[in-house]
Write a protein that binds this ligand. Structure first.
Ligand code: BTN
Length: 342
């Protein structure tokens, strides 16, 4: 390994050792940090600066006493995630890849899928440097405070058969969080998870394969957990976090990742056998804008109508002045009419 690369990796390892030390949210003196990392006080100062500038972590200092993270972190841990799974869930999970920093967990699984990794491989990251959102948007992915999780599932089916999978996944995500005590969740077609009309989680499904099958699906979930206002300042729509939704009942990050993998793997397996049908009623129970006037954006066009619910194939039905029309998942986005007119 070239010397510069080895030293860059060493510096990165030291940076993560610092994050692990500070993760508890307690005060740590400069002297203790220097001893822990085996570096000088000047190097500690540089590493702390990097923590704020490169990792977006919010740091507080107390004169003469030391430094602490404003929001303590529960770092991802494979064993703790696995221990939240049932025996069946553990069997469905072929591999659990955890990264500290990656471009995108979805991009990673799409790359690895082409190289032949097994169905049921999951990928999580503390931070994404190029998190992907729907319709080409960026998913803001600061270090350690949210969940960025993707799961690969292989099907003997044609990609077209997976058209309803995004609704199925949205319904089980809402159900899983409801089971943990989250009240007032809603789904905005096709699969944005909202709380009080603010975005709590987003789903990105990517499919590739032969036109007649087989194919593979990567389901990516971005779930806001403890992101601070400063860390989410680049998000261009109202958003919330699970901590705000659950308050005192908040669940640990690893446990939540385990619950999510359990629910997703179960749903993806079931979808392969039964399609969207068993998930439809659950989705409908969370429908955010049913009966309301909405604007449906398709490219530059906005189609106005009344949201008439979802059809059996998962398409959105809109009552327009020219009659009821159905729109397929993936091409459109939905907003309350006021904001599309603005
Ligand atoms: C949306 O726009 O609402 C979808 C956001 C999906 C974000 C998740 S985070 C984990 C996975 N990796 C990505 O790059 N995107 C998805």
């Amino acid at each position: 390994m070239p010397g510069w690369r080895a030293s860059a990796e060493f510096a990165m390892e030291r940076q993560f050792a610092l994050i692990e030390l500070l993760a508890d949210g307690r005060l740590h003196s400069g002297e203790v940090i220097a001893r822990h990392l085996g570096v000088t006080r000047a190097a500690v100062w540089k590493a702390l600066k990097k923590l704020v500038e490169e990792f977006g972590l919010e740091l507080e200092s107390e004169r003469g006493r030391g430094y602490r993270l404003r929001i303590p972190l529960e770092l991802l841990n494979g064993e703790r995630i696995r221990s939240a799974l049932s025996d069946a869930g553990r069997e469905r999970l072929a591999a659990l890849n955890i990264h500290r920093r990656i471009d995108s967990t979805n991009a990673e699984l799409m790359r690895l899928a082409s190289a032949g990794i097994p169905s049921g491989t999951a990928c999580l990251a503390e931070q994404q440097t190029a998190g992907r959102g729907r319709r080409g948007r960026t998913w803001v992915s600061p270090f350690g405070v949210n969940l960025y999780l993707s799961l690969l599932w292989r099907y003997p089916l044609a990609p077209a058969a997976l058209g309803g999978a995004s609704l199925a996944v949205g319904a089980v995500l809402a159900d899983m969080l409801h089971g943990l005590g989250a009240e007032g969740l809603a789904l905005k077609w096709p699969n944005d998870l909202l709380w009080r009309r603010r975005k709590l989680a987003g789903l990105l499904l990517e499919v590739a394969g032969e036109s007649q099958g087989p194919c593979h699906l990567v389901v990516g979930v971005g779930l806001n957990l403890r992101m601070g206002a400063g860390q989410g300042r680049e998000i261009d729509q109202p958003w919330t976090t699970l901590t705000e939704v659950l308050g005192e009942r908040a669940v640990g990050r690893n446990q939540l990742a385990g619950h999510l993998l359990e629910a997703l793997s179960q749903a993806l397996e079931r979808y392969g056998r039964e399609g969207l049908e068993p998930f439809l009623e659950r989705w409908r129970a969370y429908d955010a804008y049913l009966g309301e006037p909405v604007g449906l954006a398709i490219g530059d066009q906005v189609i106005a109508g009344r949201h008439a619910g979802i059809a059996a194939d998962g398409s959105l039905q809109l009552d327009t002045p020219t009659g009821r029309r159905a729109f397929q998942a993936g091409e459109v986005s939905l907003r309350p009419l006021e904001s599309t007119q603005a």
